[in-house]
Design a protein around this ligand. Structure first.
Ligand code: IVH
Length: 718
């Protein structure tokens, strides 16, 4: 690191304090957790390597926990400090923790053995000079060089991304709820926690005289989305994420607001008990809490080796989005409570636990510019050009900004440092700008009035609409996009005709619309952009092959507004030919199952245009002869059933899976509802579909069960 390390330490402490306040005290973080953690780590490294230059102050953020309690709530002094956890950012760091722990365990055990032996020797000496055990060898020796085995049981828990809270019960009655605050003093939020349905207020007869339970208050993702929708509808600023919503909801002056937010609680620690049972292991204490009516997360596992712990962490890093609440890691805890005592804590975190953190799904990066892309329908979509950033497992360079209002709402400007989020398989998103890092003199971004294409066509936003359109059908950008769509998979599937080739062909004036593709001659292509005979023949063959695609594919290729592959298949099946569809009445189309008035109107309007008639005639003349679907030979075993498919299957593309369902009389909508019969889950499924299925108690099938369902119409037992 360049620059003066002492200066940098001061700078880092100030930065961390600023962002810590925003996060802990104002529930309005500006920086993603990963960026904040980086600052703390950088400081910790500087402090460790320059301890000779300046002593580390007591209140350095590397030694403290959380933020100062708000004056809006009465202070609560914690019976025991509410500590933080040390982090392991990857498997090596987790193994490193295991190695250090193994050596500490040996030290602790050796010391205990030595103490016991010394006590026995003293007792023997008191009895007489002879006899007594041989104490040689039982000393508080250092562990041997090299790897030391660690034969401990680890309790692995999900690291819930919520708000740490402590609940105190006296004779079974909930008497106090508190936030963590700075770890020593928290805020009294008793009235607020009482409103949480998950938290028992009376433990009933036989409860211990005193009990303190610690855990995490959290907001389910579904409730977060509902809260934000309500805030937006009321014209208020939405919350950034579920954690920050949970914190904001819990720290309300009016407990009635808290009550309306559907907050939940997971217990993770029995912090104190008097007048009740005692426990040897953490797991036992959690089971006890469960028996008293506290919610304990069902995904807690006690594992016997660090290898198993690593596999468990890997599993949850992949499956974190299968849950309806945010988790940001796995907390690994030594299960043996006596050993925990011996291992003790540092100033801010226990030595017997570590948080394995998942790779970040939010990072900051530079927003280089905002550009506008023109789609095949002319829609002008603003998107962010970013300094490449590795987030959510991929490098992100561009991210959609959807429309003019979204850019304004997020107020992101070229030159800003922005937060980029990519969660699971969801497309990357620009969450917002970091206000404190905005360069001086920047102005809000303005949507351009003209398209950047060579014709500089006008961009128009209709009254009451959120999208802006390029309304000139001749716009070369639109034309290219229409051709790219025409040739894409799921449409005419012309291999080799991607964005680059389309651009070359249109810029050279060889192709203006899809019909031109079918009149391309080898002579005009040879030598074009350095193409040889093989490339030219491959392209022409791919174009030729596409002449006999299914009618439904051609309908998709036309890019009729609202007409997706499922409805196209229905229309193709019902009418059987292009001519029959072209002359169909709106009412005839609208009565088809899965079509409806909007799609019917769009199809009708499209075919009624003179330019469509011309295009169809030229395609026909060039030999395009779409194949009518063969009547289904399948038994209608899925009649009246609705099967949702999510994720990729081995034996079927998405279209094939849907076609197989339709062939058997079933439907395959894109989302899960009460009417869904089953959800078929392939690799990398959509988390929300699975969560919804679980909520509604809808059976979830793997590919094997799906094949069986297609054959027999029967769902597997159980
Ligand atoms: S144990 C002394 N277990 O993570 C150990 N913490 O950065 C106390 N957290 O303040 C923490 N899930 O708010 C523990 N299963 C879990 C947790 C958990 C989330 C939070 C907790 C803590 C923070 C540490």
């Amino acid at each position: 690191m360049a620059g003066d390390p002492v200066e940098r330490m001061y700078e880092l402490r100030e930065l961390i304090a600023h962002h810590g306040r925003l996060y802990h005290e104002l529930d309005a973080p500006e920086l993603p957790d990963a960026d904040y953690d980086r600052l703390v780590r950088e400081l910790a490294v500087l402090e460790a390597t320059h301890a000779d230059l300046v002593p580390v102050p007591e209140d350095s953020p590397t030694r403290t926990v959380g933020g100062a309690p708000s004056a809006a709530f009465a202070p609560v002094v914690h019976r025991f400090a509410m500590m933080s956890l040390d982090n392991a950012m990857d498997h090596d760091e987790l193994s490193g923790w295991g190695d250090r722990l193994a050596r500490s365990v040996v030290r602790v055990r050796n010391a205990a053995a030595a103490a016991a032996a010394a006590a026995a020797a003293a007792a023997a000496a008191a009895e007489g000079p002879e006899g007594g055990p041989d104490v040689e060898g039982a000393s508080a020796a250092e562990p041997p060089e090299g790897p030391v085995p660690l034969a401990e049981r680890f309790c692995c828990e999900l690291k819930i991304d919520g708000v740490a809270s402590a609940l105190t019960y006296e004779n079974g009655r909930l008497v106090q709820g508190a936030t963590r605050g700075d770890g020593r003093v928290g805020e009294n939020i008793t009235d607020n926690v009482r409103t949480l349905g998950d938290i028992p207020t009376d433990l009933g007869p036989g409860a211990p005289a005193l009990l303190e339970v610690r855990g995490e208050v959290y907001l389910p993702i579904s409730a977060f989305e509902a809260t934000n929708a309500a805030l937006l509808a009321a014209g208020q600023k939405p919350y950034v994420n579920p954690r920050n919503t949970a914190a904001g909801s819990l720290r309300q002056k009016d407990p009635a607001v808290t009550a309306g937010r559907q907050l939940r609680f997971w217990s993770y620690q029995l912090a104190a008990i008097e007048g009740g049972p005692t426990f040897d292991s953490h797991e036992q204490s959690l089971r006890y809490l469960e028996s008293l009516g506290f919610p304990v997360n069902p995904e807690i596992r006690v594992l016997g080796s660090l290898e198993e712990v690593l596999a468990h962490c890997r599993h949850w890093a992949e499956h974190r989005h299968d849950l309806d609440y945010d988790i940001d890691g796995v907390v690994v805890k030594i299960d043996d409570l006596a050993l925990r005592e011996e291992l003790g804590s540092t100033a801010r975190a226990p030595r017997w636990a570590i948080a394995f953190k998942f790779p970040p799904e939010e990072r900051t990066t530079l927003l280089r510019d905002i550009e506008v892309s023109i789609g095949r329908t002319g829609r002008a979509t603003p998107f962010a050009r970013l300094e490449p950033v590795f987030v959510g497992g991929v490098t992100v360079e561009t991210a959609t900004l959807h429309n003019e209002d979204q850019v304004a709402a997020k107020d992101v400007r070229p030159g800003d440092t922005v937060i980029v989020r990519r969660a699971g398989d969801v497309i990357p998103e620009v969450v917002g700008a970091v206000p404190s890092l905005r360069p001086p003199g920047s102005e809000p971004w303005q949507f351009p009035r003209v398209c950047s294409c060579p014709l500089a066509t006008a961009l128009v936003r209709a009254e009451g609409e959120s999208d802006t359109f390029c309304v000139e059908a001749e716009c070369p950008f639109q034309r290219d996009q229409r051709l790219i769509h025409f040739a894409s998979r799921g449409a005419m599937d012309i291999e080799g005709l991607g964005e680059r080739t389309v651009r070359l062909l249109t810029e050279a004036g060889l192709v203006r619309d899809p019909a031109d593709l079918y009149t391309l001659a080898a002579e005009s292509l040879l030598g074009f952009d350095g193409w040889g005979e093989i490339s030219v023949n491959n392209l022409l063959r791919a174009i030729e092959d596409s002449k006999a695609r299914l009618l439904a594919n051609l309908l998709v290729a036309f890019g009729v507004r609202h007409l997706g592959p499922a409805a196209a298949a229905v229309v193709a099946r019902a009418f059987g030919s292009l001519e029959a569809i072209a002359t169909a009445r709106v009412e005839e189309l609208a009565t088809l199952d899965g079509v409806g008035p909007v799609i019917a109107e769009a199809i009708h309007t499209w075919f009624a245009r003179p330019s469509t008639a011309d295009l169809v005639a030229r395609l026909r003349a060039a030999g395009v002869d779409p194949q009518a679907p063969v009547a289904s030979a399948e038994r209608p075993v899925l009649a009246g059933r609705s099967i949702v498919v999510t994720g990729s299957l081995d034996g079927y593309t998405r279209e094939q899976a849907e076609a197989a369902i339709l062939d058997r009389g079933g439907k395959s909508p894109g989302s899960v509802s009460k009417k869904t019969t089953a959800v078929v889950v392939g690799a990398e499924p959509g988390a929300s579909k699975i969560t919804k299925a679980a909520e509604l108690g809808i059976p979830v099938l793997d590919e094997v069960a799906f094949v069986q369902l297609l054959e027999t119409g029967e769902l597997p037992e159980g």
